[in-house]
Design a binder for this molecule. Structure first.
Ligand code: RAM
Length: 332
């Protein structure tokens, strides 16, 4: 072989090796969501990818979740992430306590654990990122119910809550906060709380049940993006638009049509892309050991303050109605 050929071959081989090494991830973060197929979590995944792209280390995000929102399904997935020796797990929990033993095992193996959106009890994670203040979210849902009652042209009326699964940490905390705020809204009578399990078909059937059981029902508050969408569809199909309003927490991209049709007057949410982005930055800081007891940075979302139990909050929810829903529907 001529010398030039040897040099060329060596250069090519070296550059192939270099590019192979460049592609291999420096670290891997498992993003475990409540269940597959939920738009809210797909938006959070976008944010996680955005964070990983801007962090200098090469981070691979493993987006995963059970087919239906159960703790058992999440435990299986976390087990497999432990075997894969990921560097961190970022999880939105279907149950605050059921995941603790497996997440303790993960931490014993040196895996950093962050819960976001729906929390894990303190023993199972290092930091929990709430989207916003829980009190604010609960109160906002009741304020939205009051606005929807006005839209229904009623001075007083029955309301019902359509939640996600009965063990969901976040929804249960928010329902508690809604109940605390309710006495300040004497025009609203809470008649029932039902669970659609963050499944579209179950949420749809629960909505039909509420409408049939409570003839004076004026508002359904669903603090879940899956529930609010299914409820709006059920109200439309039952031809109850204008009589029973649906509100709560939803995605502009999923609800724009229902706001235009009038099934939904207004609703709220924080930016789910930002939430996934911020949670990924927190996980990265834990891996790098750059989070303090009281503060952790979240990239463009700023610095989060941690309370004594490692809880942080991202930003405030935002209200959407006919004036702005189309504009935000393009984003999430
Ligand atoms: C659903 C999930 C999620 C919740 C949103 C508002 O997507 O239950 O946990 O934060 O709704």
């Amino acid at each position: 072989m001529k010398l030039t050929t040897i040099i060329k071959t060596t250069l090519i081989a070296t550059s192939i090796m270099a590019s192979t090494f460049a592609q291999a991830a420096d670290m891997r973060i498992g993003l475990v969501v409540k269940a597959q197929g939920i738009g809210f979590f797909e938006a959070a995944y976008k944010g996680a990818q955005e964070a990983s792209a801007e962090i200098e280390d090469n981070i691979e995000i493993i987006y995963t979740g059970p087919v239906t929102p159960t703790a058992e399904g999440q435990i299986e997935i976390i087990n497999s992430l432990i075997s894969q020796k990921v560097d961190a797990i970022v999880v939105s929990a279907n149950d605050p306590d059921a995941l603790v033993p497996i997440l303790k095992r993960a931490q014993q193996r040196g895996i950093k654990v962050v819960s976001f959106d729906s929390g894990v009890a303190t023993a199972g994670r290092q930091i929990h990122l709430n989207p916003s203040s829980n009190e604010l979210i609960g109160r906002m849902n009741i304020e939205l119910a009051a606005t929807s009652l006005e839209a229904a042209k009623s001075e007083k009326g029955d309301i019902a809550i359509l939640s996600a699964s009965p063990t969901a940490t976040n929804q249960n905390i928010w329902i508690g906060e809604m109940e605390k705020a309710l006495p300040e809204f004497p025009q609203l009578t809470l008649v029932a709380t039902v669970y659609g399990d963050d499944l579209a078909d179950k949420s749809y059937r629960e909505t039909q049940g509420l409408v049939k059981t409570y003839p004076n029902l004026k508002v359904i508050v669903a603090p879940t993006t899956v529930g609010i969408l299914a409820a709006a569809q059920a109200i439309t199909d039952m031809k109850k638009t204008g009589e029973v309003f649906v509100t709560g927490l939803g995605l502009p991209s999923e609800l724009a049509g229902h706001v235009e049709s009038g099934a939904v007057n207004s609703f709220a949410i924080w930016n789910p892309i930002d939430l996934g982005y911020a949670a990924t930055h927190i996980a990265y800081n834990l891996i790098q050991d750059t989070a303090s007891e009281t503060e952790v940075e979240m990239g463009r979302m700023g610095v989060a303050q941690l309370d004594a139990e490692g809880n942080a909050a991202m930003s405030s929810p935002f209200v959407y109605d006919i004036s702005n829903v189309a504009e935000f529907a393009k984003i999430f």
